[in-house]
Design a protein around this ligand. Structure first.
Ligand code: V47
Length: 372
């Protein structure tokens, strides 16, 4: 195709992308350093359409955050609160089970469950929570706990990561979301999340989960104090682990939201950088099947545009969102299925409702069937 590249330095990368060759660390830097956004979109669309054609996935999901009490006090976070903070909350098990069934009329296929590192809730409490959800909602996939929560449970219970994961899996955890990875650079982590596990520990926990047959997602938090080298290093490390385990399903770039955090002086990301991060991720992560434009984080408008810049997933209905809304997000907390369909169709893509394992879901008025 005769496409004009304003940035001629991208031409060797174009050759590699067209030939389906893996991009190097230096290529990643060149992609981040260009302002030729249209060239990036063109390039990212090549593997996007090679892997998925026009198909764009969404799901009908619900987020549940059982507690916002957190011992970590990360500077990047506006969600976590001290136990003594009168504005903090911790649900009872009954409240978690009741919340799961509230606020949506369509049948949900996934619960996305993450929360703070609560000093008093033990592993048994979380296992009971999972068992109770499975009893009440047996058809619903439980995508629960970031690698950070898994690491905290292990430390608190003086157990190995492996044994914690086995207990949670046996209680009903089906897979893990991608949060908490932030940026792996230790220099950056010391400033934005110094009490959290290290980048290497995050990767080791993901490796153990994958070895146990538990899939997970992965993320990168950008738009704070990281530089381009940190971003590329993060992507290359995720790609390296995926070569070993093949356990990552979806990558979600997460734009830092500064409001109400200890880093509130940092300006919000721009649409330009949000689209660039989607495109570079699609180009560098040649072995991770899906790139998600999380509409809550990037607004429905930018998420829709991202479907032409490398993304093939727009996340789901969500229903109730706290992490970004505490940090200043002004978009709605929930999108209806019909609105997701509209966004995808008006980007010229073909919407496919999926379950968490990316199997197509077919709906009737009152029920859904997963097509296998
Ligand atoms: O772990 C926290 C990040 C993550 C802020 O796996 C912040 O399908 C921006 O991981 N500004 C939670 N980001 C969100 C997440 C996620 C979202 C959607 C889908 C999936 C998936 C995963 O958000 C946290 C942290 O990395 N975060 N605070 C903030 N102020």
């Amino acid at each position: 195709m005769n496409v004009y590249f304003e940035d001629r330095r991208l031409l060797p990368i174009r050759e590699k992308v067209e030939a389906g060759e893996r991009l190097s660390y230096e290529d990643g830097l060149a992609l981040y350093r260009t302002n030729d956004l249209l060239a990036l979109g063109y390039l990212a669309n090549i593997p996007r359409e090679r892997m998925h054609g026009d198909v764009t996935y969404f799901n009908v999901n619900r987020h549940i955050n059982p507690t916002d009490v957190c011992v970590a006090s990360c500077r990047l976070c506006a969600f976590g609160k001290q136990r003594r903070d009168p504005n903090s909350y911790t649900m009872t098990l009954e409240q978690v089970w009741e919340t799961a069934g509230k606020g949506w009329t369509e049948q949900i296929t996934e619960f996305h469950i993450v929360g703070g590192l609560h000093p008093e809730l033990n592993l048994d409490w979380f296992c009971q929570m999972l068992r109770g959800l499975k009893e009440r909602y047996p058809m619903i996939h439980l995508k629960a706990f970031t690698m950070v929560e898994i690491g905290y449970f292990a430390r608190r219970e003086k157990m190995s990561i492996h044994d914690v994961l086995v207990q949670l899996r046996d209680a009903g955890m089906d897979s893990l979301p991608g949060g908490g990875a932030e940026v792996f650079s230790e220099r950056v982590r010391r400033i934005i999340c110094d009490h959290k596990l290290t980048g290497d520990e995050w990767l080791a926990t993901a490796r153990t989960a994958h070895e146990l047959g538990l899939n997970s997602n992965c993320t990168m938090l950008y738009g704070h104090i990281e530089n381009e080298e940190d971003r590329v290093d993060h992507l290359v490390k995720l790609r390296g682990l995926q070569d070993e385990t093949n356990g990552f399903v979806t990558f979600i770039p997460l734009a830092f939201h500064p409001q109400n955090t200890a880093l509130s002086h940092i300006p919000s990301t721009t649409g330009f950088d949000d689209l660039k991060n989607i495109a570079v991720a699609r180009l560098m992560l040649d072995n991770i099947p899906h790139i998600k434009a999380y509409w809550v984080m990037m607004t429905p408008r930018i998420a829709q545009t991202a479907l032409r810049f490398g993304a093939n997933d727009i996340d789901g209905t969500v229903v109730e969102e706290k992490i970004y809304h505490e940090a200043g997000s002004t978009v709605s907390q929930s999108l209806r299925r019909g609105e997701l369909l509209r966004l995808i169709k008006l980007a010229g893509r073909t919407p496919v409702e999926r379950d968490t394992r990316y199997r197509p879901v077919q709906r009737t008025e009152t029920a859904f069937t997963v097509l296998v």
